[in-house]
Every structure is written in structure tokens, then in C-alpha cells.
Design a protein around this ligand. Structure first.
Ligand SMILES: *[C@@H]1O[C@H](CO)[C@@H](O)[C@H](O)[C@H]1NC(C)=O
Ligand SMILES: *[C@@H]1O[C@H](CO)[C@@H](O)[C@H](O)[C@H]1NC(C)=O
Ligand SMILES: *[C@@H]1O[C@H](CO)[C@@H](O)[C@H](O)[C@H]1NC(C)=O
Ligand SMILES: *[C@@H]1O[C@H](CO)[C@@H](O)[C@H](O)[C@H]1NC(C)=O
Ligand SMILES: *[C@@H]1O[C@H](CO)[C@@H](O)[C@H](O)[C@H]1NC(C)=O
Ligand SMILES: *[C@@H]1O[C@H](CO)[C@@H](O)[C@H](O)[C@H]1NC(C)=O
Ligand SMILES: *[C@@H]1O[C@H](CO)[C@@H](O)[C@H](O)[C@H]1NC(C)=O
Length: 815
């Protein structure tokens, strides 16, 4: 019986594999309501969809007073017959549709103010003014179409979680409303995922499931208009010609649509193969010197945030790994050195990437997309783009049009609006990735007359530098849990709960002797770090943003709120802040023994014993484990390294710099990244580098480097070494495979570590450095292995261990 169950389970699994999205999927929407409002007959569209007329669909309509109106088909050159009839509402009216399945749904609305005179001359549709809302989202606010010749099509995408949706038409006072056609149709779940890369500050945006979207642009780059006839999801894709700036810099390229391949897990529901079969490429691809960016400009309303999806498919290369190009969005590097052979896994294979463009990344009223060849391969200087989708995101009061929510809640001043977005989207800012050779902070020697603690060694609390922020870290979370996630109040009261202590500027001036130059223990793009002493004698580290810091005061406050909630024995605590006079100052606990790195090499400090090193590694692993799992969303540190592990007076390890990096508007480091230096990044997860998808396993990778540093007492990258030895991780793994790891460990440790303990430790480090994230252990597993290694060490103190081995050898030789 049991085995039969198992077999059945297996069968089901196989079945589900077989039925997973195929390259050519036919999507049958569970919910599909297509209404040709005001019409007397049904319409059969060329794409086989049938729009019912209103009397047939009237059961969905709740309206006390309404009128039907229509004009003869021949009188207008409208794009669709749906526009030739309308239903007119003189009072509030509601269409209400039951859902058979929650999830993403399209709402599509058709408007055209034709001359009603033929049937009813009371209504001049160009004068109608009204709002359209669902129970949670404002779709249109004081909407009107004043051009008699215009037909307006609006498309929305909403994750509906209730079992019924209502679409309300509310005429303004003394006016009336009308609609020519309505669609309410299911969309596939995987169409929009919950996360995307936030462009500025560079971070992961999480919480897209709770946002409502309105399609603003959907462009089939380099190809003609695609209609629902060729798109199962009923979408329109327009030609991009209107938006491309320098036509002479670009060329059309097309392949037969049937050549387009979809990778596993994707399908033509993401975008039809017609989209990928055409592209714009850089013109004069052969003349490498004179290559310019190909640029598209799309006007948008900059008071909203946008989700942008870029579609790529390498339809121009003859072989793999031949084409590398950069993608810029609003002047910022969005993708550096994109290699479609890697991310799409083949030629003519589709790939897309989502970006969130918050109001901070849209400074003029437009979105600019640019592509240009990267300099990696001089023989093929080219770049291409196949499709652009831009969706407006509902704001914090749940509106897609104007600043009022369904319940009349109003967005406050612009600055507050920004804050609300921040609260909804980005909350935690993380430390900064320092590119090769770039130290984030220049550390000053602690002045002798300020403090006289001998083990002090350039104490540091890493400061973030705007010049190395291309991989700065942010973790986004969504707060607010009102229905559909729209929260009018979210983030409005940053002050209050759990903010840590607020210090006055005067107090901090006293503590740091008026920000005495001599108290500076570190400088960075964010500002200086000072050591200080509070009145009660507590030593503190004071991080003061310089006035030119890009960080906004409001974001700063929001971040403090989140940061001060993170409390763990192995995380450096934020104890307070000061924001008087536009100052942005953070107060941290003081870590008297400075960074772990200084105790390993380079500073001539007393060597740490194996147990001390293990304790420090275990402590920092605990801190990271807490970051990854201790909060609902999980937090990725993104800059794990021995200088970010600080030691207090008892050598207790605390992870630092998991908060508050503020990155600049651009990512200057990116331009200098080339494949040549790819291997040299030391701590950088190679998979992250390739796929630009950051996971907690990227921290695990970096932590593996920390473990080898602790073991070998040398930097992760040492360019003074022979080539094969430059990268510690590679070198250590190579030596371990040869069974020669003992040759490269810190000479100080030789003979003082139980072999079993060393072996367990090295295994843990090696697993962390696995090429692919999925093969790496979780931080919890790493922690377990390190603790095991410590137990082995304590159970077999080195001398004893040596004895055991000798004995084992004896026994073996006896056999
Ligand atoms: C609609 O009516 C206006 C005013 O009566 C007239 O000028 C216009 O030509 C009409 N438009 C069409 C398309 O019939
Ligand atoms: C409808 O109103 C517009 C102004 O909003 C006016 O120009 C037009 O002539 C009116 N049409 C009719 C048929 O009255
Ligand atoms: C819709 O939102 C709900 C609640 O936020 C979420 O649980 C669900 O996964 C979302 N559905 C999709 C298809 O994203
Ligand atoms: C590319 O093709 C489209 C559709 O065929 C055409 O409208 C457009 O003019 C072409 N653009 C260029 C730059 O050749
Ligand atoms: C739509 O599909 C048909 C064949 O199915 C094809 O002939 C036509 O070119 C396609 N149209 C576009 C705009 O891609
Ligand atoms: C580049 O040069 C080669 C040979 O000179 C030619 O066949 C090819 O068409 C050129 N490509 C472009 C895009 O001009
Ligand atoms: C392309 O655009 C980006 C961003 O606007 C800019 O940094 C870069 O210098 C441009 N490249 C060329 C060749 O103009």
C-alpha cells in the first residue's frame, strides 16, 4: 500500500513536471468577463475573443440610472468596434465580478467620446468627468477625454485576493460617467514576481504582489505592433519608433519567430515570440570606435514609481559568449556587461529583467533606456534590446491617478510621499561593496592622546563610500497590512516606537569634543566616524553624515527605525541617533578591539588562538544567521568580510555595517568592471556576479572566504602573490584537494589544532565557496559545522589528538 502511495506521488510529481509551463503555452483564464458596454449585439474579435453586450452582462452591473448609446460602425475610424457603443451613468454605478481564483487579473477599460446625438443628445461625452475605482485602488481620478476623435485604452494589473471585485464608476458632481468596454480577465501567477531590482538605491524591492499596476508602455522593440491576435494574454505591444532617440545609431534586426526558444520556467506568456524575434541593435557594429548609445525616451509622471521589464534575446550573435553590453536606465548602470549566453543559457533564448524605478530615480519626467556595447570583446561591439514594458505602480495611498486613495486619504507633501514610498519599499540600507583595490574607508591611526588602549588598531565601524556603491546593499520590506497592502499611514510616523535614543547635537559635541579632528577614527563618503564618550562614561562610535551626503533625512529616519529593531549579541548595536539641524548622526556601541582582520594579519597584534578564532567565526555566523532568518523578510548583509566583523573588549564578534549605507545616485564602479578582474573580487559571490541576483547564499560565499582568512591569516586577495595564489579561496581549495591544506595554514596554528577540528572547519569553508548558491549550506548549517569543529578541538586538545593519531597508526600497522 505504502509503495503504491509512493508510486502515485512520484507519478504526480512527474505529471507536474510535464505540465509545467511550456515554451508555447495556451493560457485559459479562469475568470474572463468581456463586455461591450452599451451595445446591442455581441462582438467577435479577430483574436477569437467574444465581447458580450450589456443586456447579457447586466447581471454584473448595479446602477440605478443609466443609458445605452451607440453610433453606427462606419462613422469613426476607431481601432476597435468596442469603442462604438457606450453605457452612460448619471449616478454611481458598479460592475461586480465574482472570482473563481485569487491572483493577478487584468482590468481593461475602453473610452471614446463619440457624438451621442444619434440616440440621445443630452450627453456630450467629451464633457463627462468621473473616477473609476475598485474597493482598494483608484484607477482613474477626475477622468475626462476631451478630444472627440480620441479613443483611450487603459490597462491595469491587480492581484485580487477577495472572491469578488467591484469596479465603481463615480461621476463628479453635475457630471456623468461612461464606458465603452470592460475586460476583467485572469493573468498567470508568474507574470509578476514579488521582487525586482530597485535601481536607486540599488537594492532588492520586495512586495510587488501588493502593488496595483497600470500599463504605461509596452513596446515591441524593432518590430511591428502586436495585437491580442498574437498574444494569448490579450496584450498590445507597440512599435518603439516614437521613443527611440537617435535612429541613425540603431538598426532593426529580426529572425523568424519560430526560432525563439524559452528557457525552462518561462513561456510565451511572459512575452510572445514575436517580441523576441525582433530587436534594435547598435548600428555600424563593426566600427567599434564610434559606437554610441542607443537611447529610448519615454515620458512618465514622475510622482509615481514604475516597474520596468526589459526583454532580451540574442538574435544577432553567431556563437556563445560573444556579445557583452551595458544597459543604462535614467543614466544609471542597470546591467553591466550583460552576457545573454550565461543568463539566457543560449542563443535566441529569451531573458527578461525587472527593475523598480522609484521616484528617486526619475528626476525628469521621463524614463530613458540606453544600451551600449561593453568593451569586453572588441570583435563584437554590439548591443540589443527586444522589448520594454513600463508599468506604473500604485502609490502609498493605493492610487494610480492623483494623490487620493479610495477612502479619500491624501498623500502628504512630496517629501512625505517619498517617505511613504520608502516605508513601503525600501527600508534597510546595507553596507557597501568595495571594488577591487578600493578600500571603503581610509582609516586613521587613532591619535595617542585621545585614548590609550594598546590593542586599539584603527578601530572601525565601516563607513560607506559613495564611490564604491555599485553593489551597495539594501533590503526592502513591505510594511502595512491593510487589505491589498495599501496603507495610507505607512511610514507616516517614523518617529516613535523603537527608535533608539535621540541625542542632542550638544550632547554629541560634548562626547566628541566638538567633533575633534583627533577623534576621527575613520572617514568615508558618508562622513566621518568619531570615537566619543558619553557623560556616564559609555564609549560610543559616532558616524556623522557629511552635509553633501545623498541620503535624505526622511530615509535616514526610516532606516534608523528598522535598524534599531535589529538586536542581537553578534550584531553591532545602533544605540541612538541625532537629526537636529539637518544633521544625520548615528551612535553605535564602541568596539574596542576593532576588526577581526587586524588580529589575523598586517597589524602585528598578538596572534589569536584556534579557539578564539573559532569563537569569533561562530559568533559572526550567529549574527549572520540571525540576519538571514531572524526577521520576516530575511536580510542579506552583502558585504561580509573580516573588516566588517568587529571585536569588543572580550573579543566577542559582532557583525557590523549591515545598515545604513547610502548610495549615490549612480554606480560608478560598474563601468570599470570587466571580465578580466571578475575572479579577483575576493569576497564576491561569482554567481551574484554572473546573474546579478543576490541571495543569502552570497553572504555564505563571502563567509567562506572569512573562514579561510581565519585559518590561513592572509588577505582574501593578495595580488603580490603568484597568480594561482592570489585568490585565497581558490588557492585553499586547490591545496585541500591535494591534501596539502596544512601547508598553507597560519604557521602559528601548526601543531595547535586537532586535525579533526581543522578538517571539519576546512570542509565548512569549502562548502561555502561552492560555485552555485544552491550547493552552498545555509548559515545555520555553517554554524552547526563550526560548533562541531570547536567540540572536536575541545575534545581532542592538540597533543592528545596527536597521540590518538599515533595510536591509530600503531593499530593500523598491527593489522
Ligand atoms: C460631432 O458633433 C460636432 C458638433 O455637433 C460636429 O462638429 C462634429 O463634426 C461631430 N463629429 C463627428 C465625428 O460626427
Ligand atoms: C461637446 O462639448 C465640447 C466642449 O467640451 C464642444 O466643443 C462640442 O461642440 C460639444 N458637442 C456637442 C455635440 O454639443
Ligand atoms: C497576491 O497577494 C497575496 C497577499 O499579498 C499573496 O499571498 C499572493 O501570493 C499574491 N498572488 C500572486 C499571484 O502573486
Ligand atoms: C524597424 O521596424 C519597424 C517595423 O517594421 C519599422 O516601423 C521601423 O521604422 C524600423 N526601424 C528602423 C530603425 O529601421
Ligand atoms: C501574428 O501571427 C501571424 C501568424 O500566426 C503572423 O503571420 C503575423 O506576422 C504575426 N503578427 C505580428 C505582428 O507579429
Ligand atoms: C561587419 O563586417 C562584416 C564583414 O566585413 C559584414 O559581413 C557584416 O555585414 C558587417 N556587419 C554590420 C552590422 O555592418
Ligand atoms: C551611454 O550612456 C551612459 C548613461 O547615460 C553614459 O554613462 C555613457 O557614457 C554613454 N556611452 C556613450 C558611448 O555615450
Amino acid at each position: 500500500m505504502k509503495s503504491w502511495d509512493l508510486f502515485f506521488l512520484h507519478f504526480l510529481i512527474c505529471l507536474s513536471i510535464v505540465t509545467s509551463p511550456k515554451s508555447s503555452a495556451m493560457f485559459l483564464p479562469k475568470d474572463s468577463y468581456l463586455i461591450n458596454s452599451g451595445a446591442t449585439t455581441t462582438i467577435n474579435m479577430p483574436d477569437n475573443r467574444v465581447f458580450k453586450n450589456d443586456p447579457q452582462a447586466a447581471s454584473f452591473l448595479d446602477s440605478a440610472f443609466d443609458n445605452l448609446a451607440s453610433v453606427p460602425r462606419t462613422s469613426y475610424g476607431v481601432p476597435s468596434p468596442i469603442y462604438l457603443s457606450a453605457r452612460i451613468f448619471t449616478e454611481d454605478a458598479t460592475y461586480s465580478f465574482p472570482l473563481s481564483r485569487p491572483g493577478w487579473h487584468w482590468i481593461r477599460l475602453y473610452f471614446h467620446p463619440f457624438n451621442v446625438t444619434a440616440t440621445n443628445d443630452e450627453y456630450n461625452l467629451t464633457q463627462a468627468q468621473f473616477s473609476v475605482k475598485t474597493d482598494d485602488v483608484v484607477l482613474l481620478h477626475s477622468f475626462t477625454v476631451s478630444d472627440r476623435w480620441e479613443s483611450v485604452f487603459k490597462e491595469y494589473l491587480l492581484n485580487v485576493t477577495t472572491d469578488r471585485i467591484s469596479i465603481h464608476f463615480n461621476p463628479l458632481k453635475d457630471s456623468f460617467a461612461y464606458v465603452n468596454g470592460i475586460e476583467f480577465v485572469s493573468a498567470p501567477d508568474f507574470l509578476i514576481s514579488n521582487t525586482a531590482m530597485n535601481l536607486a538605491p540599488v537594492s532588492e524591492f520586495s512586495g510587488l504582489q501588493e502593488i496595483a499596476f497600470q500599463t504605461v508602455y509596452r513596446l515591441n522593440v524593432g518590430g511591428g505592433r502586436i495585437t491580442p491576435f498574437n498574444d494569448t494574454l490579450g496584450r498590445f505591444w507597440d512599435n518603439d519608433e516614437k521613443y527611440i532617440v537617435s535612429k541613425s545609431a540603431s538598426q532593426n534586426v529580426t529572425i523568424p519567430a519560430s526560432y525563439v526558444k524559452y528557457p525552462e520556467g518561462s513561456s510565451d506568456l511572459i512575452a510572445p515570440n514575436w517580441v523576441y524575434a525582433s530587436a534594435i541593435q547598435t548600428a555600424n557594429a563593426n566600427v567599434s570606435q564610434s559606437i554610441l548609445n542607443v537611447t529610448w525616451n519615454m515620458p512618465v509622471d514622475s510622482s509615481f514609481s514604475y516597474l520596468m521589464r526589459l526583454h532580451f534575446c540574442d538574435i544577432i550573435s553567431k556563437s556563445l559568449n560573444d556579445l557583452y553590453f551595458n544597459v543604462y536606465v535614467n543614466g544609471r548602470m542597470a546591467i553591466s556587461g550583460l552576457d545573454l549566453s550565461v543568463v539566457a543559457d543560449g542563443l535566441s533564448t529569451t531573458y527578461y529583467k525587472d527593475f523598480v524605478l522609484s521616484t528617486t530615480s526619475i528626476d525628469s519626467d521621463r524614463i530613458t533606456v540606453q544600451i551600449s556595447p561593453a568593451n569586453y570583446n572588441p570583435d563584437n561591439m554590439n548591443a540589443l534590446l527586444n522589448g520594454i514594458e513600463i508599468l506604473k505602480m500604485s502609490n502609498s495611498v493605493g492610487s494610480l491617478d492623483g494623490e487620493f486613495g479610495v477612502d479619500g486619504a491624501m498623500l502628504l507633501a512630496v517629501s512625505v510621499k517619498k517617505k511613504a514610498f520608502v516605508a513601503l519599499g525600501i527600508i534597510l540600507m546595507f553596507g557597501v561593496f568595495a571594488g577591487i583595490g578600493v578600500m571603503v574607508v581610509r582609516w586613521y591611526r587613532r591619535p595617542k592622546d585621545w585614548e590609550n588602549h594598546n590593542s586599539f588598531s584603527g578601530w572601525l565601524l565601516p563607513v560607506n563610500n559613495n564611490h564604491s556603491t555599485f553593489m551597495s546593499k539594501t533590503k526592502s520590506t513591505v510594511s502595512g497590512s491593510q487589505p491589498n497592502g495599501f496603507s495610507a499611514s505607512t511610514g507616516m510616523s517614523v518617529y516613535g516606537s523603537g527608535l533608539g535614543q535621540s541625542y542632542t547635537l550638544a550632547e554629541l559635541k560634548v562626547a566628541t569634543k566638538s567633533f575633534d579632528e583627533k577623534a576621527v577614527i575613520g572617514v568615508g563618503g558618508f562622513g566621518n566616524v568619531y570615537v566619543g564618550k558619553l557623560e556616564d562614561g559609555t564609549k560610543i562610535a559616532v558616524k556623522r553624515a557629511n552635509p553633501h551626503s545623498e541620503q535624505g533625512l526622511l530615509e535616514f529616519q526610516t532606516e534608523i527605525q528598522m535598524l534599531s529593531k535589529l538586536r542581537h549579541r553578534h550584531l553591532v548595536s545602533l544605540i541612538g541617533y541625532c537629526d537636529e539641524n539637518q544633521e544625520m548622526i548615528l551612535v553605535y556601541e564602541f568596539m574596542s578591539n576593532g576588526p577581526f582582520r587586524d588580529h589575523l594579519y598586517g597589524k602585528g597584534l598578538p596572534k589569536l588562538s584556534w579557539k578564539q578564532r573559532l569563537d569569533i567565526c561562530i559568533g559572526s555566523a550567529r549574527g549572520l544567521h540571525y540576519l538571514h532568518t531572524g526577521t520576516a523578510q530575511g536580510i542579506i548583509h552583502r558585504d561580509v568580510k573580516t573588516t566588517n566583523i568587529l571585536l569588543d573588549e572580550k573579543l566577542v564578534a559582532k557583525v557590523a555595517d549591515f545598515g545604513l549605507s547610502k548610495d549615490g545616485p549612480s554606480m560608478p564602479g560598474v563601468g570599470h568592471v570587466s571580465t578580466a578582474v571578475k575572479g579577483s573580487f575576493g569576497y564576491l559571490d561569482p554567481e551574484y556576479f554572473r546573474r546579478q541576483q543576490l541571495t543569502d547564499k552570497s553572504d555564505v560565499y563571502s563567509f567562506g572566504m572569512v573562514l579561510f582568512e581565519a585559518l590561513c591569516a592572509r588577505p582574501a586577495l593578495d595580488t603580490s602573490k603568484q597568480r594561482e595564489q592570489v585568490n585565497l579561496g581558490e588557492w585553499a581549495m586547490k591545496m585541500k584537494k591535494k591534501g596539502m591544506l596544512s601547508k598553507i595554514i597560519d604557521p602559528f596554528l601548526v601543531g595547535k589544532v586537532a586535525d579533526s577540528s581543522l578538517k571539519k572547519f576546512a570542509e565548512a569553508a569549502e562548502k561555502c565557496l561552492a560555485e552555485y548558491g544552491v550547493d552552498r549550506p545555509s548559515m545555520g548549517d555553517v554554524l552547526w559545522n563550526l560548533e562541531y569543529s570547536l567540540q572536536l578541538h575541545e575534545a581532542n586538545p592538540p597533543d592528545l589528538a596527536a597521540n590518538v593519531e599515533e595510536k591509530e597508526a600503531e593499530i593500523n600497522s598491527c593489522e
